[in-house]
Design a protein around this ligand. Structure first.
Ligand SMILES: Nc1nc2c(ncn2[C@@H]2O[C@H](COP(=O)(O)OP(=O)(O)O)[C@@H](O)[C@H]2O)c(=O)[nH]1
Ligand SMILES: [Mg+2]
Length: 212
C-alpha cells in the first residue's frame, strides 16, 4: 500500500479564506457520499486523514492536505446532494465553482463517480467545462467492490465513452484496494505536470527562442 507523508494543511468556508496559491493542487470532486474523503485516505495510506461520513453532505469546507510538501490534495464539498436544503446547496456552489474557475495553482481534477450510479448530467456538463479550460482531469469510478467484475468492466467502458476520455477511468475500491496504486500514480502525474504560470501577455507575440 502506498504510504506517503500527508498532513492536513488548512480549510476554508469561503473563497476569501483560501490560502494563497503556492504548490500545485489536485482537487477531488464528486457528489456527496461518492467516497472523496475515503479515497484521499486510501491514496495516501492514512485512514484518519480526511474525515469520512455515513451521512452525506457533511463536508462543508474546502480542505487542503499537503503531500510530501510537493503538492496539495484538495477535498471539495460534494455537489448535487438532494437532501440538503436548496439554500445550503446554493451556498456551496460559489465555493466549489469559485475554487475551480479561479484557482491559479490548480494542476488538475480528480473526478469521482460512484460506479453503481455511472455518469450523470453533472459530469456530462463538468468534463467539457474542464476541457474548455484545458484543465487535466482523471476520472475514478468509486466503490468498485459493490459490483461483480464483469459489470465493473462494462461500467468503465461506458463512462469512458460517455465522457470521451482518452485514458481511464480507474475503477477503485477502498475496501478491496482495487485500483488504488495506479490511481495514485495518475494523481502524482497530474500534480507534477502542473502547467507553469501563464506567461505575460507580451510573451505571446515573441518568437520562441532558438537554442544556438
Ligand atoms: N463499499 C465501499 N464503501 C465505500 C468506499 N468508499 C467510501 N465508502 C463509503 O461511502 C461513504 C461515504 O464516504 P466518504 O468518503 O465520506 O464520501 P464523501 O462524502 O464523498 O467524502 C462512507 O460510508 C464510506 O465508508 C468503497 O470503496 N467501498
Ligand atoms: Mg468527504
Amino acid at each position: 500500500m502506498t504510504k506517503v507523508r500527508a498532513q492536513f494543511f488548512t480549510s476554508a468556508a469561503q473563497p476569501s479564506d483560501f490560502p494563497p496559491p503556492s504548490l500545485p493542487e489536485v482537487a477531488v470532486v464528486g457528489r456527496s457520499n461518492v467516497g472523496k474523503s475515503s479515497l484521499i485516505n486510501a491514496l495516501v495510506g492514512q485512514p484518519g486523514l480526511a474525515r469520512t461520513s455515513r451521512t452525506p453532505g457533511r463536508t462543508r469546507l474546502v480542505n487542503w492536505f499537503a503531500i510530501e510538501d510537493r503538492f496539495y490534495l484538495v477535498d471539495l464539498p460534494g455537489y448535487g446532494y438532494a437532501e440538503v436544503s436548496h439554500a445550503t446547496r446554493e451556498g456551496w456552489r460559489p465555493l466549489i465553482e469559485g475554487y475551480l474557475a479561479d484557482r491559479a495553482s490548480l494542476a488538475g481534477v480528480l473526478l469521482l463517480i460512484d460506479i453503481r450510479r455511472g455518469v450523470q448530467d453533472e459530469e456530462l456538463d463538468f468534463v467539457p467545462w474542464l476541457a474548455e479550460r484545458a484543465m487535466p482531469v482523471v476520472v475514478a469510478l468509486t466503490k468498485s467492490d459493490k459490483l461483480a467484475k464483469h459489470k465493473r468492466v462494462l461500467e468503465v467502458a461506458r463512462a469512458r465513452q460517455a465522457l470521451a476520455l482518452r485514458t481511464g477511468p480507474f475503477a477503485v475500491s477502498v475496501t478491496s484496494n482495487d485500483g488504488i496504486d495506479p490511481l495514485w500514480r495518475a494523481v502524482v502525474q497530474l500534480a507534477i505536470q502542473a502547467r507553469p504560470a501563464k506567461p505575460a501577455r507580451s510573451a505571446k507575440s515573441a518568437k520562441p527562442a532558438k537554442s544556438e
